[in-house]
Design a protein around this ligand. Structure first.
Ligand code: NAP
Length: 332
């Protein structure tokens, strides 16, 4: 028995390549006093992983060269010296891109696989779900009757944002790449409208989808989409800045927003958010998202990929080409 690990070999330029990683076997880690070992079943692929590979000022330290890649994952406790975690418990946490992890239980959550399958606890009921919940409700402050627009609407975070907007009585409009994703956003997720930004008529299509203007724009993408949305924001609108995925693989400094003037003239509030800011309120998000999911008000889907840890570099890049259909997860 050995532990397979994906480590950072060097800092990528542009999209990460296989040579930026080393994939190697080592001994299975033994838990010390107060610790336990998890056998990881599912790895969460999150857009932020690319940012964590850069040596730049951020909200967490960069992954070090030679370190196991950082990621959320979900698995089963195998052996434990910690009375709060027993063998057989299903758990999720920042266990990294590897087969086995040892943890002291800090920021590890026990999950109920009779309520939802293990992989969903790193998707809609996990970190992406908490991000949508706190980002929209705390930063976006949507009110019934308002129009909420979200980009990357067919993805892990965006799909939950729009559904919460509907639950709160808002008009929900998605922006996504391609007719198929837009169909999913309206027909399965129940958004009022979805605009295909690859269709070449973003401004006009958005105007038709949000005829009363936009009160909340949940930003996942940045770039041209932000510039277009800025021109359609209503007075005192809010823009929670959750992600800027269009720039995560940039090789030069991305252009700033051209239409920042709208922030001034429409008195907009733009605020960045990091889900860790609500770490002490995660149980609330899990309880509410879980209840909506159980009541059939919140559809959640995962895009689970095979190929094991060796497939990690290729599967990660699907996020930046739009190749994923829902929360991207790698089966170990
Ligand atoms: N602040 C936080 O704490 C926090 C936490 C979690 C996630 N996030 C952010 O939330 C955003 C969504 O993350 P997620 O996990 O839900 O991923 P996701 O939406 O499931 O997958 C990423 C999607 O982004 C879209 N995309 C990629 N490149 C793009 C581009 N150049 N222009 C427009 N769209 C592009 C693609 O969808 P299309 O096919 O529709 O283009 C792709 O499927 C990311 O920006 C991520 O960094 C932030």
């Amino acid at each position: 028995m050995s532990n397979r690990m994906v480590k950072l070999a060097r800092r990528p330029t542009g999209m990460a390549k296989r040579e930026d990683f080393t994939i190697e076997d080592g001994p299975v880690p033994e838990p010390g006093p107060g610790a336990f070992r998890v056998k990881i079943e599912y790895i969460s692929l999150d857009p932020a992983i690319r940012g964590w590979m850069n040596d730049a000022k951020s909200y967490v330290p960069a992954i070090g060269i030679g370190e196991v890649m950082r990621s959320y994952s979900a698995g089963i406790v195998e052996t434990s010296n910690n009375p709060a975690f027993r063998p057989g418990d299903a758990v999720q946490g920042l266990f990294g891109v590897q087969r086995y992890a040892v943890s002291d239980g800090q920021r590890v959550i026990k999950v109920d696989t009779s309520q939802a399958p293990l992989q969903r606890w790193i998707g809609g009921l996990g970190m992406p779900g908490w991000t949508a919940y706190f980002g929209l409700l705390e930063v976006g402050q949507p009110k019934a009757g308002e129009t909420v627009v979200v980009s990357a609407a067919a993805g892990a975070v965006g799909s939950i944002v729009g559904q919460i907007a509907k639950i709160k009585g808002c008009r929900a409009v998605g922006i996504a790449g391609g007719a198929e994703k837009c169909r999913y956003v309206t027909e399965t997720l129940g958004f009022d409208a979805c605009v295909d930004y690859k269709g070449g008529r973003l401004a006009a299509d958005l105007k038709a989808a949000a005829p009363k203007g936009i009160d909340v724009y949940f930003e996942n993408v940045g770039g041209e989409i932000l510039d277009t949305v800025l021109m359609q924001m209503n007075l005192f609108g809010r823009i929670p800045v959750c992600g800027l995925i269009s720039a995560y693989n940039a090789t030069s400094v991305p252009e700033g927003p051209k239409n920042l003037r709208a922030v001034l003239t429409q008195r907009l509030k733009m605020q960045g958010l990091i889900v860790f800011d609500w770490a002490n309120r995660v149980p609330e998000a899990i309880a509410q998202l879980g209840a909506w999911h159980k009541e059939g008000k919140l559809a959640i889907r995962e895009d689970v990929r095979d190929g094991g840890l060796d497939a990690f570099p290729d599967v990660l890049n699907l996020l930046y080409t739009g190749g994923n259909q829902g929360k991207l997860v790698l089966k170990v």
